[in-house]
Design a protein around this ligand. Structure first.
Ligand code: NAD
Length: 503
């Protein structure tokens, strides 16, 4: 049986989830209506009051308990993720580890980033004390894709909760079991938390759309560009703020002084890990002409060694979503018809539900395989005369999520010229797993950030407070104006701001 959400098993009320490789039933879930969604959001809003009142210390304690509970249940989580998406258990384990790092980081750093702090009042208001603090928004709606079924819900919940919010998660219809487990694990670890503090709703697009319209205080959406646009449009009706983590077409530059073995090892991983179903997967490589042949030889060797299947040690498993296989086929056939060459594999590598590694070379820059997100185990390698041309082509994309560069001595300089949310030097994708770094994109890859200080502020609203410390005798913000006020302020202006700029 091919990987699919069995449409015959979808009723108005429930849908079934099956293993994409074996067809084994994983679970049945409700198709939640707008009314159901409103109920879950209302429960979250009521519970958020308790959560906010716990303060940073109380929340940290509960988030830490959650981390420990998840770590103790890691085998169960890996088994469920594997059954639901077909990805190797080791990959689910990696998702879990990155998610635990996130929860722990958010719990430990929320107070430092968000607590009230004094700021300078400036010249015009020098007799005032000024402070800013970051308050919870209320209820965050987290809409997740299927490709990191455990990590994405976990990550959204981590930053929302640490900032004092309740959360309602809508997992993908292709990975609902794992998403629901992630939500329920919080309550299993914290039985004292009011029911509904973190809730879930399941179903398809309309359920996600209902969450956008349910009066939540923010939508954190991770998914494709077309759905991201729909989410933003739906949220505009109520001016609900949105965080959009969308697709990518990540480029890597291999410079003439790169360690070619290290580059080939990392790029094989970056392009084929999880069957290429990663937003920050490597899809385009620009290699400098002088090292092209040596590099291609190394890539071919490594790509041909990759194992695909369901066994424990397989490098990657099936495509999770059947529709994605058609996109891969379209990109590969278009690239080959338009003059590209297959260095490894080709159309014959597509054996649903599996797609074996495909490496294409010399593909026209305006073809779908270079312009659109493929989201499959396909790497395009194009040759450039020099690094300048590599940077130009890497940046000439609608997507700007992540990027990477391999160079022994110019990595920093090249990285600085790449227009992306993040760049990794001499490796790939690493910053995704570093919770203290902001993660997100530019352009069609979206806006807003998970992770780091920015990720915590994303789920809060800044509140400014000022307090008058002393009167100045003659107030500037008071009627009637003094006759000489204009002159006095002009003197202050010049004294304070008109000093010459030192060269
Ligand atoms: P998708 O856009 O099809 O679906 C994502 C979620 O949105 C699902 O839960 C879906 O049910 C829901 N949805 C669908 N229609 C909706 C609507 N009208 N309103 C609200 N919600 C709606 O994406 P997908 O196929 O599940 O995921 C793959 C995409 O996600 C790829 O483009 C990938 O690059 C991207 N992605 C991005 C990141 C990132 O951090 N930037 C991470 C992972 C995946």
């Amino acid at each position: 049986m091919t990987a699919q959400l069995r449409p015959d098993a979808v009723t108005a009320q429930t849908f079934d989830l099956t293993n994409p490789a074996t067809g084994e039933l994983v679970g049945s879930y409700p198709v939640h209506s707008a009314e159901d969604v409103a109920g879950v959001v209302a429960a979250a809003r009521a519970a958020q009051v308790w959560w906010a009142e716990l303060g940073y210390a109380g929340r940290k304690q509960r988030l830490t308990r959650w981390v420990s509970w998840l770590a103790k249940h890691s085998d169960e989580i890996c088994e469920l993720g594997f059954r639901e998406t077909g990805k190797p258990k080791g990959d689910v384990q990696f998702e879990l580890m990155a998610g635990l790092d996130d929860i722990r980081w958010a719990a430990r750093n929320a107070e430092r980033v968000l607590k009230r702090r004094r700021v300078r009042p400036g010249a015009a208001m020098m007799n005032f004390e000024a402070s800013v603090e970051y308050l919870p928004l209320g209820v965050a709606g987290v809409i997740a894709p299927w490709n990191f079924p455990f990590y994405t819900p976990l990550c959204g919940m981590a930053y929302a909760l640490a900032a004092g919010n309740a959360a309602v998660v809508k997992p993908s219809e292709f990975s609902t079991a794992t998403g629901v487990y992630a939500v329920e694990s919080f309550h299993r670890a914290n039985p004292d938390a009011p029911a509904g503090l973190v809730g879930w709703v399941s179903g398809f697009g309309p359920t996600g759309a209902a969450l956008c319209n349910a009066g939540v205080d923010k939508i954190a959406f991770t998914g494709s560009v077309p759905t991201g646009r729909r989410v933003m449009q739906a949220c505009s009706a109520t001016l609900t703020p949105v965080l959009l983590e969308l697709g990518g077409k990540d480029a890597t530059i291999v410079a003439a002084d790169a360690d070619l073995d290290a580059a080939a090892d990392a790029l094989t991983w970056g392009g084929f890990w999880h069957a290429g179903q990663a937003c920050v997967g490597v899809e385009r490589v620009y290699v400098v002409e002088s090292v092209r042949e040596e590099f291609l030889r190394r890539m071919k060797e490594r790509a041909e060694r990759i194992t695909v299947g369901l066994d424990e040690l397989a490098d990657y498993g099936p495509m999770t979503m059947p529709g994605q296989i058609d996109i891969v086929r379209r990109h590969v056939s278009d690239a080959l018809e338009r003059g590209g060459t297959a260095l490894v594999g080709g159309l014959e590598s597509i054996k649903a539900p599996y797609v074996h590694p495909i490496v294409l070379v010399d593909v026209p820059e305006d073809s779908a395989a270079v312009r659109e997100e493929t989201f499959g185990p396909v790497i395009v390698i194009n040759t450039v005369p020099d690094v300048d041309e590599a940077v130009r082509r890497a940046n000439a994309s609608d997507f700007h999520l992540a990027s990477s560069v391999f160079s022994a001595s110019h990595g920093e300089q090249i990285a600085a010229r790449l227009h992306a949310g993040g760049t990794t030097i001499n490796s790939v994708m690493t910053f995704v797993g570093i919770p203290s770094l902001p993660f997100g994109g530019v352009g069609d890859s979206g806006f807003g950030r998970f992770h780091g200080d920015d990720g915590l502020r994303e789920f809060s609203r800044p509140k400014a407070t000022t307090r008058k410390k002393f009167g100045m005798g003659r107030e500037l913000q008071q009627f009637p104006r003094a006759a000489d006020q204009y002159k006095i302020v002009r003197r202050v202006l010049r004294l304070r701001f008109a000093r010459r700029v030192k060269r």
